[in-house]
Write a protein that binds this ligand. Structure first.
Ligand SMILES: [Zn+2]
Ligand SMILES: [Zn+2]
Length: 177
């Protein structure tokens, strides 16, 4: 009996360790390597205030970067859904590993709620690239909605578009250089 109890405790702690490792790896994917580099490119589109004369600077690299970051969020959403499925409580609330992941990614999700919308419109106007990102952006919006339902991202952020005046994103702040 004691052996069974010890085995269960060991399994639980191993399982818990693996779940935290999964959450950490999902965040790592977003902040390092090619995704990190792509985020810098999208950050320039998002915060750069491009004028029409900058149009030569916007092209295939920016389009690739857009999808590199979007697909990373799609992987995170899938990984988060898998963590929720494996949570001890069926609704996933108060799950430590999901809470840890959410705390790590919330501000990134908020930033890109506006960032993807701004980048998409800049790609359309300066590179004449109509971004078709249906199912990948649907995964991102599910992630945004989940963060908003948990109160971790401002509800003013909108799925699929920047609401303009009233958007909480710092790119709209006149104090930016
Ligand atoms: Zn905005
Ligand atoms: Zn913004």
């Amino acid at each position: 009996m004691a052996a069974v109890v010890i085995a269960i405790v060991a399994f639980r702690s191993e399982n818990r360790r693996a779940r935290f490792e999964n959450a950490r790896a999902l965040h790592h994917d977003l902040t390092t390597g090619e995704v990190g580099a792509a985020r810098t490119i999208i950050g320039n589109l998002h915060y750069g205030g491009l004028t029409p004369s900058d149009s030569r600077r916007v092209g295939p690299d920016e389009l690739t970067a857009y999808f590199t970051v979007l697909w990373c969020f799609e992987r995170i959403e899938a990984g988060r859904t898998a963590l929720l499925r494996g949570a001890l409580r069926t609704d996933g609330t108060n799950d430590e590993a999901v809470g840890y992941l959410d705390a790590l990614i919330a501000w990134h999700v908020a930033e890109f709620a506006c960032g993807f919308a701004v980048a998409r419109s800049r790609l359309a106007t300066t590179a004449n690239a109509d971004v078709s990102d249906g199912s990948s952006s649907a995964a991102f919006w599910r992630l945004l909605q989940a963060m908003q339902e948990r109160g971790m991202v401002d509800p003013l952020y909108r799925a699929g578009s920047c609401p303009g005046p009233g958007c909480p994103c710092s790119c709209h702040s006149p104090s930016l250089p």
